[in-house]
Design a protein around this ligand. Structure first.
Ligand code: ZN
Length: 282
């Protein structure tokens, strides 16, 4: 991290964390999943304005092309790794299953990552079964570690241990807060977008996942500018995690480690800045 930036942030920190918190706008991370199977909708999603992150399916017909396009537009790119689910929905190419050996799972994941240019991390596609299981999630985190990537838990089950395993492996990670479009209607997407704004304002940040549906893309094209009007900062996953690391370092240097994880469960205490911002409101 550049020293000058750190000094600047330390100056912001004075005279205390509350003063510094006021300088940090609510932050909004928007991920579009399931990129790669549909070229037209993929392109429409990738050309949405602002720093979005695109989760690309491995070995998908248009995944490489759309990942390149997203990268050219300055967007974030990650692998959307298909993981076993409790309903036995088919995973398609690059799927990770409970029945795989360590070598099989790791090689499948590595090949998936190789199929998505510019991938800086991964999140789970489905995964309500695999993410409950510590052993395969440990193997996933080991591959992430060897490649210096990040992880986003799409949180498709409340029983997911993925965040906990990521933390244990010192893998930078985020957890999804809001799904934008599990009902594909404008009214539902609007309701979820409003919810995401409230979460960002109350907790300091929000991680939102949407899909390349026509309704979602149209809604976002008309409404993303509202974030700016509300003073909410949009960030890619990488930029968000970089900020978190800077915040963590400041807290370490200032001996504020005690404020960490105070208001969240021990396993997933989440980003430090969230806690600081929350503290300010309490
Ligand atoms: Zn998905």
């Amino acid at each position: 991290m550049p020293g000058r930036l750190l000094v600047f942030l330390l100056l912001l920190l004075l005279p205390g964390p509350a003063a510094w918190s006021e300088e940090v706008s609510p932050r909004f991370v928007l991920i579009i999943d399931d990129i790669g199977d549909n070229l037209e909708l993929g392109k429409a999603a990738v050309t949405l304005p602002g720093p979005l992150t695109y989760a690309v399916l491995p070995h998908s017909p248009f995944g490489k092309h759309l990942a390149e396009l997203a990268n050219e537009q300055g967007k974030g790119v990650m692998l959307h790794a298909p993981m076993a689910n409790t309903q036995n929905f088919p995973l398609g190419p690059g799927g990770l299953y409970l029945t795989q050996s360590q070598d099989e799972l790791k090689d499948t994941l590595r090949a998936g990552l190789d199929s998505v240019p510019h991938a800086r991390g991964l999140n789970n596609h489905m995964g309500s079964l695999l993410t409950q299981n510590r052993r395969p999630m440990t193997w996933v985190m080991e591959v992430i570690q060897e490649r210096n990537l990040f992880f986003v838990d799409s949180k498709t089950t409340a029983l997911s241990v993925a965040g906990r395993v990521a933390r244990e492996h010192q893998v930078p990670f985020l957890i999804r807060d809001v799904f934008l479009d599990h009902e594909i209607t404008e009214a539902f997407i609007h309701q979820q977008f409003e919810l995401a704004i409230r979460v960002a304002q109350e907790k300091g940040s929000v991680v939102v996942i949407g899909h390349p549906y026509r309704e979602t893309v149209d809604y976002l094209r008309s409404n993303l500018s509202r974030l700016d009007e509300l003073g909410i900062q949009q960030l890619t996953v990488s930029a968000m995690l970089h900020q978190e690391q800077v915040f963590e370092r400041i807290i370490e240097l200032e001996g504020l480690a005690g404020v960490r994880c105070r208001s969240a469960s021990e396993s997933e205490c989440g980003p430090v800045a969230k806690v600081l911002l929350k503290d300010k409101k309490d």
